[in-house]
Design a protein around this ligand. Sequence first.
Ligand SMILES: NC(=O)C1=CN([C@@H]2O[C@H](COP(=O)(O)OP(=O)(O)OC[C@H]3O[C@@H](n4cnc5c(N)ncnc54)[C@H](O)[C@@H]3O)[C@@H](O)[C@H]2O)C=CC1
Ligand SMILES: CCCCC/C=C\C=C\C(=O)C/C=C\C/C=C\CCCC(=O)O
Length: 336
Amino acid sequence: MSGKVAVVTGAARGLGRAFTEALLKRGDKVCFCDVDVQQGKQTENELKKNFGDDNVQFLPCDVQKDEEFKDFFNRVIQKYNTVDIMVNNAGIMNENQWRTTIDINLTAVIHGSLLAMNHMKNKSTGGGLIVNVSSLAGVMPVSFCPAYTASKHGVIAFSRSWALQPELKRNRIRITCLCPSFADTDIIKGTDDRVHGPELARMVMKQYGLMVFPYPNDQTLYFEIVVSTLNPYYVAFDSENSHLYWTGRTLGKINRCNPNGSDPTTIVDVSIPVALTLDTHNSTQNSIALHKVTFDGKANQVVVNLTAWPIDIEIGMSVIYMLIKLKYYRYHIMSV
Ligand SMILES: NC(=O)C1=CN([C@@H]2O[C@H](COP(=O)(O)OP(=O)(O)OC[C@H]3O[C@@H](n4cnc5c(N)ncnc54)[C@H](O)[C@@H]3O)[C@@H](O)[C@H]2O)C=CC1
Ligand SMILES: CCCCC/C=C\C=C\C(=O)C/C=C\C/C=C\CCCC(=O)O
């Protein structure tokens, strides 16, 4: 996938910057935008020094503003002739500004995805990858930030729904959601007045730990890899190579096996949390059904049910605790 042209929104700092660096390291060209012009320019200068003037460019853009976003996207095409990878990353967390939260975290992600799809399906070389940054708050309710959580659920719902369109697959466009756990970036700083119940929020964050960026071996930044985290036993499926992924008892332990359960291998074993990505590429109704896979994780047996019909990946925390007590885990994940 290297040698591609990528767009990353909200990449002046934080995860967006980390994604940009990861793409640059692979040999891609990256054009990134941000509403914070000063920080954007500074980041651009730093990245140009490391990766070369021609390979990275910053353009100011507020993704909330439709025309600005469209112009930004078109300027990338003018400069590089194409866009192969679109990372819709820009996001905020502010429960007091819930409408803005929805506008940036969801509406702009929809807009960015549509801009990318329209371009990718028409370009002569065809195809592309869209990475929509959701959150673990996209797969479970989070009491201290309901609007943020709604926006992130929306990102997954939008991405999965598009992934059901045969048109997308026909045009070789892959759409992926990245669902990180708490990461050590500015979004979580000074959030006391932006969340409901900051004490609870701090407690939860302490309990789950913070991801450190850049991630030591770049595993989480390698978009093709579908992995999972937070609580153990989240399961994901990679449509590209049919691998199944599940976590161990500790955050940061990720295992992989073949679809028939053979060759279980630990691919990541670190003491820090990693991210969950949901791969929506394969969510088509007519794909094959792998009804049941059973394999042994190190700590406990994990039973994975995969069905041919797209069903919800969401599992309530209470269900997880109940299953943990029973030492028996059964998950429905999206269709294969
Ligand atoms: N840090 C965390 O714990 C987690 C973050 N995420 C998501 O990751 C994404 C990136 O967040 P972080 O890097 O953590 O936060 P951050 O606050 O460090 O970076 C967000 C960037 O987006 C930019 N931005 C905000 N509004 C914008 C707009 N209207 N137009 C253009 N750029 C805009 C900001 O200026 C900033 O540079 C967000 O979508 C966030 O919801 C998801 C899960 C966990
Ligand atoms: C003290 C303030 C903390 C505010 C956190 C700010 C930003 C968080 C961004 C995220 O996307 C958070 C990521 C994941 C949250 C998911 C799960 C929390 C678990 C909730 C629970 O167990 O009740």
